[in-house]
Design a binder for this molecule. Structure first.
Ligand code: 4AD
Ligand code: MG
Length: 433
């Protein structure tokens, strides 16, 4: 196929002493007498362009007075190696073609408040750090797909509009659906289970929704989740899949996102420690860690953000906590044969206080028990008919998990708040832009 890509800043190393044309935007400008410098941004990197009065026509030279930040330009010039320049190269300009002179750009290099930046998210994503975070997101997603594709999982899309809840009814988004109501999906898992019985190993990947009323730095109301589901798989094997998967994502990012992690000043040595096997502890053991650290923890309740940090501090790698009090876990979880009060669920906590990145477990595969659970949880049994069918026609032990993409990106990027890891975040207080 004919190559459709034009030269980009990221490829300048292949064009030393050659003439190139780069399409981009003005990032910055510095004028000093008979020479001026234009820092060009093209989405793949930054390059310093040097405009010398004697080397360009006067119209091009006078652009120094009118080219504003974010004006769109195509720059033709010769590539020179220059270690002092950003990226290691500079462009000796021959000509500049102007596409549009930008209005005064609201985001300058000076400090802005987060609210202002979030209101300008459609522009803020051009900034260096935001750009780096969203590229890491791209690579996290690519790594997810590559991992499952290369392990013979089939991609199976699950619906967004559903008739039933998956993860409890308290945070469901209800939408009008002709003459009845529907819910935005909280997880593709139940459909994934149908897929696992059809293909053995599947994954679904899509947006999921939770009407979270909490304003924390870990919660979005719309987030993306990748969810593998595996037939003939118990909790232990499920945990092995989860750790291999996370190890793969991290190593992919270390290898492919060096520049981005550098821009974010991420301590890569911490990521290099992410090697399987990851520690596996029971809920009971996790509670003991908290008690030893002097936390007044109520046995049987869920861990809060601070608890998660205290537990994960014990390890360099993500830690998997399994066998949870059944009352705080979803209706579909299988119980532990050794202790019926425990559910065979697993949560993976990221290190460095980033909290839960994965939730999953082994599913209840016996029809009558599942009916009991649906009733115990006061869920409407009539909309689960199809799900119960899966236990009537060749039911097998099966397991799966869900990784929150934005939680993983927050951790790998080493940033504080989840809202920067998705192009247009949705939270309790934000629906725009
Ligand atoms: O632990 P959760 O609720 O598990 C499930 O939904 C299962 N049905 C998944 C499965 O077994 N197939 O959510 C899974 C992950 C969490 O560990 C977290 O990473 C992310 O989804 N997550 C959120 N991310 C951002 N904002 C929120 N409000 C999130 N809620 C969950
Ligand atoms: Mg969870």
């Amino acid at each position: 196929m004919e190559k459709l890509t034009k030269t980009t800043i990221s490829q300048l190393k292949n064009f030393v002493d050659k003439t190139v044309t780069i399409d981009g935007w003005v990032y910055n400008k510095r004028v000093s007498g008979k020479i001026w410098f234009l820092l060009l941004r093209d989405g793949t990197g930054l390059a310093q362009c040097v405009i010398v009065k004697s080397e360009v026509d006067s119209e091009n030279f006078e652009l120094k007075n009118i080219l504003s930040q974010e004006s769109s330009v195509s720059i033709t010039g010769t590539v020179r190696k220059d270690d002092r320049s950003v990226g290691g190269f500079e462009i000796g300009v021959q000509s500049i073609l102007v596409h549009q002179i930008a209005d005064e750009y609201p985001i300058s290099p000076k400090e802005h408040g987060t609210d202002f930046l979030m209101n300008n998210r459609h522009l803020w994503m051009r900034s260096r750090k935001q750009n780096a975070i969203l590229k890491i997101r791209h690579h996290v997603i690519k790594a997810c797909r590559d991992f499952f594709d290369s392990n013979d999982f089939v991609l199976m899309d699950s619906p967004i509009l559903t008739a039933n809840a998956v993860e409890g009814t308290s945070d469901l988004f209800e939408v009008g659906y002709f003459n009845r109501s529907a819910f935005l999906t909280q997880s593709g898992q139940l459909y994934g289970e149908a897929g696992a019985m059809a293909f053995k190993k599947i994954y679904c990947f899509g947006p999921t929704f939770r009407a979270e009323k909490s304003k924390t730095r870990r919660h979005l109301t719309e987030f993306w989740m990748v969810e593998p589901e595996i037939a003939y798989c118990d909790l232990d094997e499920n945990m092995t899949w989860a750790e291999k998967f996370v190890e793969y994502i991290v190593s992919h990012c270390i290898e492919n996102c060096k520049a981005e992690l550098d821009i974010l000043e991420r301590d890569i040595s911490k990521l290099e420690k992410i090697k399987t096997p990851f520690p596996r502890i029971t809920y009971d053991e996790a509670v003991k860690i908290l008690e030893k650290k002097g936390v007044d923890f109520q046995y049987g309740s869920d861990f809060g953000g601070t608890d998660e940090t205290l537990i994960s501090e014990e390890y360099d790698c993500p830690v998997m906590i399994h066998r949870w009090p059944a009352e705080i876990k979803a209706f579909y979880m299988k119980r532990d044969k050794q202790n019926e009060n425990l559910a065979l669920g697993v949560d993976m906590l990221a290190p460095e206080g980033y909290g839960e990145i994965i939730g999953g477990g082994q599913r209840e595969d016996e029809h009558d028990i599942l009916v009991e659970r649906i009733n115990e949880h006061k869920l409407p049994i009539d909309v689960f008919g199809w799900y119960l069918d899966l236990r009537k026609y060749g039911s097998v032990p099966h397991s799966g998990f869900g990784l929150g993409i934005e939680r993983a990106v927050t951790w790998i990027s080493g940033i504080r708040h989840i809202r920067q890891t998705i192009p247009f975040p949705r939270t309790l207080t934000r629906l725009e832009p």
